[in-house]
Design a protein around this ligand. Structure first.
Ligand code: 5AD
Ligand code: SF4
Length: 483
């Protein structure tokens, strides 16, 4: 009996030793691209924490460097290539044992080719393969290159509690769908992130429960295409038609999910991103209007105002249908802010098409927007079938034109807040002054105001007195009743 206890003690000591040894390992992880990548990196940090990795922000001391990459435009890929050069320099100078892995969309797009093109890379891991990281690391430690870029039909990482990296403790992202089935002809995402699949609402609720218990005040439901959320017991969205009658009858769509979350947590602020006009249904807008805690803000990419270009892009809606959607939003939620993504210089885009985009912007008067020059992506339909025929200087000029117009519209929209009172959730100290708080109102506009006795994580009513191009400036008048 005594012997057994000693044995157990020894075993225990051995385990602790092993854990200590493992805990000494340091992970430097950085992310580029969309919010999904930043959220995925939190899943990766969680998976590697069980392998004894602690995160570090010092590249020089890292045993493992991971870069979560984006392929959306050529420039995003060039940024990552530059970072790899930097890792190489640090490895050579300070830390020859450092291992380097690439994750995310570039990993998926380039696969094994990455190992040949970039000698510094030891490991290539696609967006659905992060659970395989412990095995891949063993390979790397044994001196072999490791690659897993298999895309999955059902991986949603629903069972992994993300390690919140760089969190302000106030707002967090919760992934609800992965992948995209829309096949816009310019877009690399369906190739790098695979088919659409949704996460079990139960596991979504559990993650939010945990966040609420930790004091978080705002959750953004995240997906490449949130409106297409559909849970019917698992499986791809495109296979829903083949589901049983019971599965169909008990399925949860995006509006139902939002209703469920907003009802369960009436004090929690809810946001979502990204919406796709062709998938956004009236019931989503109605649910937004029904719940005070769902923010009045929709990011609603349009890409182009020309029906001909929308068709070439394989967007499944017209300019007129988009206007109808905007009208419905404004009818049901009059103070709803809307933002855009627009691409200029898509192949064959004429001056006339470009003017259609400008006039569409005039109609909507977006709160703000993200505007890009078309970048041809290898493997996409447009990349394969269309000439990138709009000259760079024309793209540049059109981009400047829409950016200038957007600035004017942002100003108009911000001016509308002057003299009004907005509920703001305090997130952090303002970048410009440590005496000011910074937070966002329901419409997702940054609001800055003197700190007084208020503190991070509180909801306050702020009277807006002034604005700059991107920020509202005001004074807190009282606590909001949402605290
Ligand atoms: N070129 C330029 N912009 C692109 N986007 C997606 N693909 C491309 C591309 N090939 C933009 C779209 C999308 C946003 C995330 O990036 O506007 O909504
Ligand atoms: Fe970039 Fe798109 Fe991949 Fe996000 S999903 S990282 S935006 S390519």
């Amino acid at each position: 009996m005594e012997e057994k206890i000693i044995d157990e003690q020894k075993q225990g000591e051995a385990l602790v030793l092993e854990a200590n040894k493992k805990n000494k390992r340091k992970l430097f992880i950085e992310s580029y691209g969309c919010q999904m990548n930043f959220s995925d990196s939190e899943v990766v940090a969680s998976i590697l924490a069980t392998e004894g990795f602690n995160t570090t922000d010092k590249l020089e001391e890292a045993d493992l460097v991971l870069v979560n990459t984006c392929s959306i435009r050529d420039k995003a890929e060039q940024t990552v290539r530059k970072r790899l050069e930097k890792y190489n320099a640090v490895k050579t100078k300070h830390n020859p044992r450092m291992k380097v892995g690439v994750l995310g969309c570039m990993a998926e797009r380039l696969k094994e080719q990455f190992l040949e093109e970039e000698k510094i890379v030891d490991m290539v891991v696609g967006p659905d393969a992060y659970k395989d990281l412990p095995n891949l690391l063993e390979e790397v430690e044994a001196g072999r290159d490791a690659v897993n870029v298999i895309l999955s039909r059902d991986e949603t990482y629903g069972d992994i509690a993300p390690v919140r990296l760089q969190s302000n403790g106030v707002s967090a992202f919760v992934t609800i769908t992965r992948g995209c089935d829309n096949m816009c002809t310019f877009c690399v995402v369906p190739f790098t992130r695979g088919r659409e699949r949704s996460r079990d609402p139960q596991s979504i609720i559990e993650e939010i429960d945990d966040l609420v218990a930790k004091g978080f005040k705002e959750v953004t439901l995240l997906g490449q295409n949130v409106d297409s959320f559909l849970w019917y017991g698992g499986g791809l969205k495109k296979d829903f038609e083949k589901a049983s009658e019971i599965q169909k009858a008990t399925a949860t769509n995006f509006a139902m999910l939002m209703d469920m979350v907003a009802t369960k947590y009436p004090k929690l602020r809810l946001r979502f991103t990204t919406s796709n006009p062709q998938d956004m249904t009236l019931d989503v807008i109605e649910i937004m209007a029904k719940h005070r805690n769902i923010c009045n803000y929709i990011h609603l990419p349009i890409q182009s105002g020309s029906n001909r270009i929308l068709k070439e892009m394989n967007r499944q809606h017209t300019r007129e249908e988009y206007f109808a959607l905007i009208d419905n939003i404004k009818r049901l939620i009059p103070d709803c802010a809307i933002s855009q993504d627009i691409i200029v210089g898509f192949p064959t885009e004429t001056e006339e098409d470009h003017k259609d985009t400008l006039s569409l912007m005039e109609y909507v008067k977006y709160e703000y927007g993200f505007m890009f020059a078309y970048s041809e992506r290898p493997g996409t339909m447009a990349g394969r079938k269309m000439d990138d025929d709009v000259p760079e200087d024309v793209k540049k000029r059109r981009l400047t034109e829409i950016q200038t117009l957007q600035r004017e519209h942002s100003k108009i929209r911000h001016d509308e807040f002057l003299g009004k009172t907005c509920e703001v959730l305090i997130e952090k100290a303002s970048k410009k002054s440590d005496l000011q708080w910074s937070g966002r109102n329901s419409q997702n506009v940054v609001v800055v105001f003197p700190k007084e006795d208020y503190t991070v994580g509180e909801f306050v009513n702020v009277k807006i007195t002034d604005c700059t191009s991107g920020t509202l400036i005001g004074e807190a008048i009282e606590y909001s009743d949402n605290n």
